[in-house]
Design a protein around this ligand. Structure first.
Ligand code: FAD
Length: 305
């Protein structure tokens, strides 16, 4: 038996284990090759167990949320992909502070809070992804971001085990954190705690509906991973991409959206390589024409060899 066979056997009973699961089924881009092991976990204990067991075996492990901010390589991901469906949530006695497992849908939770008349997350109703992914990127929109309401997170660390840490220790900035800067490699978000404020449900739902309408107008249909690049201080990324002539540019089935140039879209059977080519080309042209280095918001993950 190989190390992968041993590990798959050790994970059985702690989650649903699949071999060579194609990741295009699990990313909003609809792109990505197979994972050696794909294990679906349904609570924080299962998530911690899967990650720790892979780390103990010295096998690479990737925690997958909704796959809404990643471009997975055509060759897939070696080792274990943990499909996080841990979704339990619990309010404290005040009814305004919530502990939510990291596999919960951020948008669904945000909408539920609006319905319950709790203010602080109306801006998030259209953001695909899990709470875990939202922590990693300090997800935000329309002037709000998770850092505004996040109080602490429960982390699993291979060496230190399971502990709560304050949000202030996460270095949350515009679409970034200690995770995106590589300072928390090997740590997993098990739960997040948010503090909301009492508000008016009807007014919050109205605000949420106005954000839904804005998204429908501004964002393209088709499979994508949202904004490809962070907005540099000089100019919105879409504008730079437009000005270097890449609006609507295509490579295979991949395209730069002609509706919103910072969205790169899979119109059918695009390969990760096609998207990556367009990304690199946009960066090259913007660098040459404006001297600006576009930073990717979408993470390239997996086996790009
Ligand atoms: C149509 C569309 C619109 C979007 N609009 C917005 C927007 O308005 N604002 C915004 O901020 N983003 C937006 N996004 C991007 C995306 O939804 C967010 O970045 C989201 O927070 C990513 O969460 P995810 O669960 O999909 O993460 P994934 O893409 O699954 O993972 C992203 C990274 O986070 C890591 N990760 C995930 N969960 C954990 C965990 N529990 N512990 C440790 N690491 C973890 C993964 O390993 C990976 O490195 C949009 C995306 C789409 C497709």
């Amino acid at each position: 038996m190989t190390a992968i066979d041993h590990l798959a056997a050790a994970l059985e009973g702690h989650g649903e284990v699949k071999r060579d699961e194609v990741l295009s089924r699990h990313t909003t881009f609809g792109i990505g090759g197979p994972a050696d092991i794909f294990v679906t976990v349904r609570d924080a204990a299962g998530l911690a167990y899967a990650v720790t067991t892979a780390q103990d075996a010295g096998v690479g492990v990737f925690v997958l949320g909704s796959g809404s901010n990643i471009l997975v390589a055509d060759k897939g991901i070696r080792g274990v992909v943990v499909d996080n469906r841990a979704r339990r949530e619990e309010a404290d006695s005040s009814g305004t502070r919530y502990r939510v497992e990291s596999g919960a849908s951020f948008a669904a939770f945000a909408r539920k809070m609006c319905r319950q008349g709790l203010d602080g997350l109306a801006w998030a109703v259209g953001i695909p992804g899990t709470l875990g992914g939202a922590v990693v990127y300090n997800a935000g929109a329309y002037g709000g971001c998770l850092a505004d309401v996040l109080t602490r997170v429960r982390l699993q660390d291979h060496r230190d085990g399971d502990a709560w840490i304050e949000a202030a220790q996460l270095g949350l900035v515009y679409r970034g954190s200690v995770f995106t800067r590589g300072q928390f490699d090997g740590k997993t978000v098990l739960e997040a705690e948010v503090q909301l404020a009492p508000g008016d449900a009807a007014a919050l739902l109205e605000r949420a509906a106005s954000y839904d309408a804005k998204r429908l107008t501004a964002q393209p249909r088709g499979r994508n991973a949202g904004s490809t690049f962070k907005n540099p201080p000089e100019s919105p990324a879409w504008k730079l991409i437009d000005e270097v002539g890449m609006r609507g540019a295509t490579r295979g089935d991949a395209a730069v959206s002609d509706k919103h140039c910072n969205f790169f879209v899979n119109y059918g059977n695009a390969r990760a390589e096609d998207v990556a080519w367009l990304v690199t080309e946009a960066q090259r042209r913007v660098r040459e024409q404006f001297g600006i280095e576009l930073q990717r918001e979408v993470a390239f993950v997996g086996d790009w060899s």
